[in-house]
Write a protein that binds this ligand. Structure first.
Ligand SMILES: *Cc1c(COP(=O)(O)O)cnc(C)c1O
Length: 395
């Protein structure tokens, strides 16, 4: 058994592996860290909050001194909304780059906030490219801000964030990044790529449990966000200012979640930080994709766009294939899988993140093979329509 697998609660504890992009399978140490109560006002907890903020900032690498980290209560979406409402000027105009559910959610949030925006919607999984962003910005001088999703978790596509950042910077606009499912496993170095703010959460690549998100933003952007938010509880500037003055969160913090997260940060560092974490996830993906292709499954995306976070597979065309039965078969073997989110063809997703390693991924592939056999599916090839769809996604 490899290290990661050895530390895991084995299936005899009745816990299935979560092949989902958060909440995900956490380590025993992370779970154990929650077995005590903390006073939110107490100096010990304030020190924990300070450590958490500093450790997250460290992940930016060189250039981090211009940034600060502001944790926010709630799931990731709360932090996305907090970032948008705090940094986008009320009279600004935002370009949203959408290629899946999370990009659409950003546009929907701006609708709620009543902030002017336009959307480049690439459909289910086509990547937004730097040249089209450059054109859109040249065509509309009123656009002040651009928002992009780093890894669009609904398909698993890794968006070309560097070329987009270059286009936005060259046009003199500001870039905000939803790096929810990527931060901690994929580098976002301000020395290499210009952005104002990013957002992520406790229960994705850092492998904590759900309960808070965090915004990492330029100090200058934080300063100028004063008074801009639409919301009391989602005001990033107010949370930042209060935390800097008192060391505390403005409202009840998720104390146990913070304690678990600090444990998760230790493991992240021990694994070699962002590079080490990203390397394990990439190996997970490679073993998974190779194994599933060996069974006849096809991925939605070509290798160039496959993220090490989550992979979309087409459902087999075989008439005996049924997703619900497949799901139950996988669950009976100890794996919780994730339905797909494509509008045109049926699909499902398998996550590569969390306390899982190559050995677990090989077991996933075996379970998929057994489940297919049980269903009487002897060919996992997708329908022609799926392959036609994929052919549109040129390398
Ligand atoms: C998980 C995720 C979110 C936030 O989702 P919550 O369910 O609110 O935690 C936002 N964007 C992306 C890309 C995500 O993967």
């Amino acid at each position: 058994m490899t290290d990661a697998a050895a530390k895991l609660p084995p299936p005899h504890l009745g816990e299935p592996w979560l092949l989902t992009p958060g909440p995900l399978t956490t380590s025993w140490a992370v779970k154990q860290a929650m077995l005590r109560d903390w006073g939110s006002w107490d100096g010990d907890f304030r020190a924990m909050t300070a450590r958490l903020r500093a450790r997250l900032l460290d992940m930016l690498g060189p250039g981090k001194k211009d940034f600060d980290c502001v944790p926010m209560q709630g799931s990731g979406t709360f932090s996305v909304e907090a970032m948008l409402g705090s940094f986008i000027p009320r009279d600004g105009k935002t370009l949203v780059l959408a290629n899946g559910a999370y990009g659409k959610r950003i546009a929907q949030t701006l609708d709620y906030l009543g902030r002017d925006h336009v959307v480049i919607d690439k459909g289910d999984y086509m990547p937004p490219r730097g040249d089209e962003v450059a054109r859109a910005l040249a065509d509309d001088p009123a656009i002040s801000d651009v928002v992009v999703v780093h890894c669009e978790t609904s398909s698993g596509i890794l968006n070309p964030i560097a070329e987009i950042a270059d286009a936005v910077h060259a046009a003199g606009r500001r870039l905000l990044i939803d790096s929810m499912s990527a931060f901690g496993a994929l580098p976002l170095a301000p020395g290499k790529l210009r952005f104002e703010a990013l957002v992520s959460s406790a229960n994705k690549c850092i492998e904590g449990v759900p309960g808070f998100g965090f915004v990492i933003a330029r100090r200058a952007a934080l300063e100028s966000a004063r008074g801009n938010s639409h919301s009391l509880s989602l005001d990033v500037h107010a949370q930042w200012d209060y935390m800097n003055r008192t060391g505390q969160w403005r409202f009840t913090p998720p104390t146990h979640v913070v304690a678990a997260f600090l444990e998760a940060l230790e493991a992240h560092a021990a694994e070699g930080g962002v590079a080490g974490r990203g390397a394990r996830y990439a190996r997970n993906r490679d073993v998974l994709v190779q194994g599933m292709r060996g069974l006849g499954f096809e991925t939605l995306l070509g290798d160039r766009w496959l993220s090490p976070i989550i992979v979309t597979f087409f459902s087999p065309a075989h008439p005996a294939f049924d997703f619900t039965r497949f799901y139950e078969g996988m669950k009976a073997r100890g794996f919780i899988i994730y339905p797909g989110k494509l509008t045109v063809v049926d699909s499902f997703r398998l996550g590569c993140i969390g306390q899982v390693d190559e050995e677990v991924m090989r077991a996933v592939v075996r379970a998929a093979g057994e489940t297919l056999a049980e269903m009487g599916v002897d060919d996992a090839a997708p329908p022609e329509a799926a392959l036609d769809e994929r052919a549109r996604l040129v390398a």
